[in-house]
Design a binder for this molecule. Structure first.
Ligand code: GDP
Ligand code: ZN
Length: 330
């Protein structure tokens, strides 16, 4: 007999009110939300809104997401398992920045890091696009690392040169070749035991990398970015792929991050989403300095001294403009 009181697991997938929950014994359970809790969901779309009992006073509703740690309980007849409780989250990746407007949509819970995959070439990396992915991670308070794949095409020195701005900004870097095997051990170590959102433009080698790192893992990363998500606004739910037990951890496969056009961030918060600007912004003369034409701007001074990369600074200015134009929506 299973001690149901101790049965906790991780939500890996959810569609049509059925959630897949992986328990530490390696079993995958298909469960629904417990009836009593599900009542809070009446009148809402399927997908599971739970009013947390413990915070009833705050009337906080939590929408279940992949990555959530949940407690499972048997129903009254002791037959089927159902989700009885969501454990507090350590982090989350949401469609709107924390502190922003209401109605944020949590794509994944308990995320440890965002892993942004670009190619050294084919397709050529676009700095502005890299920075968008990084800003999304930063806006969610998540640490990010950058994988530069396909180093076999240009060589390591050239690949390093193309991405020189990022280690300077403080991001951990991986230079890999899924094809040749470069850098795979270090990347496997970086993914092990953690929940990572793997993202980046299609064609950069995400599926190839994961297949090379974890043979046999059935991944749909490339598939999603190539077809399923194209031209669709309905979110295809995120998936959590358990990594092999010897490694531990999960890779979150989500089409959501690709829809950068739908992310919302108050323009005045953008400078906090560039670590090298965040570190200097309080030294500007004006507290609300936007680091453009303002006098005594420490950020601009750092760019002039060569302490902050010109590309990253220009990226900041460009994204700042876009945010202002679109009132916070990309
Ligand atoms: P995804 O869309 O990010 O999942 O990218 P894929 O894994 O589907 O790879 C896109 C293309 O790049 C495929 O043709 C791969 O064979 C190729 N590719 C992936 N990794 C490498 C690499 O390290 N070097 C080279 N030269 N090609 C790669
Ligand atoms: Zn400034």
């Amino acid at each position: 007999m299973i001690d149901t009181d101790a049965l906790t697991g991780t939500v890996t997938q959810g569609t049509g009110g059925v959630w897949r929950v992986l328990t530490p014994d390696g079993l995958m359970h298909e469960v629904s939300l417990r009836g009593r809790l599900k009542k809070a969901d009446v009148g809402r779309r399927a997908g599971g809104t739970i009013r947390r009992d413990t915070e009833a006073a705050a009337q906080e509703t939590v929408k279940l997401a992949v990555g959530d740690r949940v407690r499972l309980e048997r129903d009254e007849r002791g037959q089927t398992l159902a989700i009885a409780e969501i454990r507090p989250r350590t982090s989350r990746l949401a469609r709107r920045a924390p502190g922003g407007a209401r109605g944020e949509r949590v794509i994944a819970a308990n995320v440890d890091q965002v892993v942004v995959v670009f190619a050294a070439a084919r397709p050529d990396p676009h700095p502005r696009m890299i920075d968008r992915f990084l800003v999304i991670a930063e806006a969610n308070g998540l640490s990010a690392r950058i994988v530069v794949n396909k180093v076999d095409l240009v060589g390591l020195d050239e690949a390093r040169a193309r991405f020189a701005a990022y280690p300077r900004a403080g991001y951990p870097m991986h230079f890999t070749s899924a094809k040749r095997g470069d850098g795979l051990e270090e990347l496997r170590d970086a993914l092990g035991g953690r929940t990572s959102v793997l993202t980046g433009p299609s064609g950069t080698g995400k599926s190839s990398l994961l297949n090379a790192l974890f043979p046999g893992l059935d991944l749909r990363v490339g598939e999603i970015s190539a077809s399923v998500n194209k031209g669709r606004h309905t979110t295809v739910g995120a998936l959590l792929h358990p990594l092999p037990a010897s490694v531990g951890g999960f890779v979150v496969d989500t089409p959501g991050l690709r829809e950068v056009g739908m992310w919302e961030l108050p323009a005045e918060r953008l400078d906090q989403c560039f670590p090298e600007i965040r570190a200097r912004r309080t030294q500007c003369r004006f507290a609300d300095c936007r680091h453009g034409v303002e006098p005594d701007c420490e950020v601009r001074a750092a760019v002039e001294r060569g302490d902050v990369s010109v590309e990253r600074y220009e990226s900041y200015l460009k994204l700042s403009e876009e945010l202002a134009e679109e009132k916070g929506e990309w």
